[in-house]
Each structure stands twice: as C-alpha cells, then as structure tokens.
Design a protein around this ligand. Structure first.
Ligand code: FAD
Length: 316
C-alpha cells in the first residue's frame, strides 16, 4: 500500500465516533482547533447505533433513538467545522512531538495532539440469534435497559462483580433473576456475592452455560441451559437475557506505546484525560471500567478536548 503523507500538521486528530469522540470534536471545533475525526469504516457513530430507544441521555424527555442521537452529535460538531472521515486508523506512532496516524489508504496524518475515543466492545456469547435479539430481550447493560424489563423473568450470564451488580440492580424491575455461571463458585467480591445470595428474587444456575437462545415473534422467549459436566439441557423461560461476561477495550493499536491496565484499558491521570504520552488524551469507554454510559463518555470527551486545548496553549 502506498504511503502518502498529509503534510499539514493538525492541532487535533480524534479517533472514534461515539459520544466521547463527537463531543471532543464539538468542543475542539468551537475552540477553532479544526479537528479531524476518524470514525471507523464500518461502525460510524459507535455503540449507540446498535440500540433503539435511549431514555437516559439528558435533554430528551421522550427518549431518543440511538442512531438519531449519534447523527445529531455528529451534525452539531460538523456545524462548527469538525472534519469527519469514515475510516479506520490502522497504525499510530504517538511517541514524538508530532503524532503520526495512518488510515486504511496508507495516508499518514500528522497531529500535535491526539484524542483516543475508540470505546470498548461487549463480550458476546457467540450464539446464533444473540445479536439479532439485541434490543429485543438481549442486552449488555442493565443500567441502560433494566427499566424495560418490569415484571419479567430475566437471566444474567456471568460470575464477576458486574454480573452480581446487574443481577441485584435488575431485581428492582424483574419478577425473577437467574444468574447463570459456568463454574461452581463466583468470581465476584464477597460483598457483592452476599448481596446477591441474600436477595429472594435471585437464584443461581451454577456449572451451567447458555446453549441456545429461543425467540417468539422476534422477541426473546427462553434460553436453553446446558450443564457443563453432564451436557444435560433444560429450557428456562426468560424474556430478558443480560450478558455480563466482560468488555474488550479497543486498544490493540496503542499496545507498547501507551500505558494500559491489566485488562487493556488506557490509563489516564484522573481526573484529567492525560495518558502516559504528552499530547495524547483518552476518553470514554476505552478508559472507563466503571460507568460505561453515553453521558459519561460525552463528559470525558469534553474533558479531553479541554485538556488538548490547554496542552496546545502551553506549547505556544
Ligand atoms: P463507542 O460508542 O463505542 O464509540 C467508539 C467508536 O470508535 C466506534 O464507532 C468504533 O468503531 C470507533 N473506533 C474504534 N477504533 C477505531 C479506529 N482505529 N479508527 C477509527 N474508529 C475507531 N449508554 C447509555 O448511556 N444509555 C443507553 O441506553 C445505552 N444503551 C446501550 C445499548 C447497547 C446495545 C450498547 C452496546 C451500549 C449502550 N450504552 C448505553 C452504552 C454506550 O453506548 C457507551 O457507553 C458509549 O457509546 C461509549 O461511548 P464511546 O464514545 O466511549 O465509545
């Protein structure tokens, strides 16, 4: 692939087109920094484009369609001059004063500051119908979707802190919650386990995995549980399935250049968005183990823009 260098040096290049990236673009555009945002070749708009109704983003009392929210965020940033390229950055050299970012056409883009907002992906079970039924009974986020599951029978998959937290939270809405875990003991902290064990609405299917997801009229209707030792299967009626088996932060590009934590998230000097390299900032779910919400991603996107702006001002 031929490599062409864009010889202009940008003040800011942003990688990622979710709430964090678009908000960083809006702020840096309004600060006259002419940001250039790479927003992916196949997944423009980030995680919220895979959902329908978003009820917890402030400013929308009637809720808002996920893809519409993301189109609006993009349009707002573009209105102030942010440039968007729907392509992936496939390699980076962030170590120098001038950062180098290569797109899929082999063009090398140069920037004084880089904001990383590449997000993280929910780990999937890898079963047929799992993706198809996303938003139709299958979910990866109780905070986002729990409210839609009032009086339902729900299954939560996973054995860590997140799974216990999701299960406990979901009892506010659900009729029953069954935690399905592949092992005979949970990985969650003792405190989280004790809370879940003490909850009358929560029961456990240990040494079990989901073998199949079944639907009726395009909505989740039940799951098939399989005993991991005997292979025996049984049907469990459930109209909600929450998958809580972890996340994969999208940080492969930065391995070896930026400090990452044990799970691969970018580490920042909180409460700032500064990474281990000067001029490189990170925001949104690629940093965040804890909250993983559109509004928190947008919030740290704004912080990254302000951090980048101050960094540039300090260089002048
Ligand atoms: P993302 O939204 O994940 O965006 C990152 C973007 O960067 C992606 O488009 C990705 O393709 C792109 N990217 C990655 N690498 C590169 C690269 N090398 N080059 C170019 N682009 C790249 N949150 C709520 O607050 N309310 C909800 O109701 C809600 N519902 C949800 C429903 C679903 C089904 C899902 C999956 C998530 C939901 N969330 C919800 C969570 C919310 O979507 C995330 O917390 C939020 O989108 C994180 O924003 P982000 O900008 O960090 O990353």
């Amino acid at each position: 692939m031929t490599s062409v260098t864009d010889h202009s040096i940008r003040e800011v290049v942003i990688i990622g087109s979710g709430p964090a990236g678009y908000t960083a673009a809006l702020y840096t555009a309004r600060a006259q920094l002419r940001p250039l945002l790479f927003g992916s070749s196949i997944f423009v708009g980030g995680s919220l484009t895979t959902t329908t109704e978003v009820e917890n983003f402030p400013g929308f009392p009637e809720g808002v369609d996920g893809p519409v929210l993301m189109e609006n965020m993009r349009a707002q940033a573009e209105k102030f001059g942010a440039e968007m390229i729907d392509d992936d950055i496939i390699s980076v050299d962030l170590t120098g004063d001038v950062k180098l970012l290569t797109d899929t056409a082999g063009t090398v883009h140069r920037a004084k500051t880089v904001i990383i907002a590449t997000g993280s992906g929910y780990r999937k079970l890898g079963l047929p119908k799992e993706e198809e039924l996303s938003g139709r009974g299958v979910s990866w986020c109780a905070t986002c979707d729990g409210f839609f599951f009032r009086d339902r029978d729900i299954v939560v998959v996973g054995g860590g802190d997140t799974a216990m937290e999701e299960a406990t939270f979901l009892t506010r809405f659900a009729r029953s919650v069954t935690v399905v875990h592949r092992r005979s003991t949970l990985r969650a902290s003792k405190a989280m386990q004790n809370r879940a064990f003490a909850d009358d609405k929560i029961s456990f299917a240990f040494d079990s995995e989901i073998a199949e997801i079944k639907e009726t009229n395009g909505m989740l209707a039940s799951v098939v549980l399989r005993d991991v030792f005997t292979g025996a299967t049984r049907d469990l009626d459930a109209t909600g399935l929450f998958i809580a088996i972890g996340h994969n932060p999208r940080t492969e590009l930065f391995t070896g250049q930026l400090d990452l934590d044990a799970e691969g998230y970018i580490t920042v000097a909180a409460p700032t968005t500064r990474t281990s390299l000067p001029g490189v900032f990170a925001a949104g779910d690629v940093v965040d183990h804890t909250y993983r919400q559109a509004i928190t991603a947008a919030g740290t996107g704004a912080a990254a823009a302000l951090d980048a702006e101050r960094h540039l001002a300090s260089r002048d």
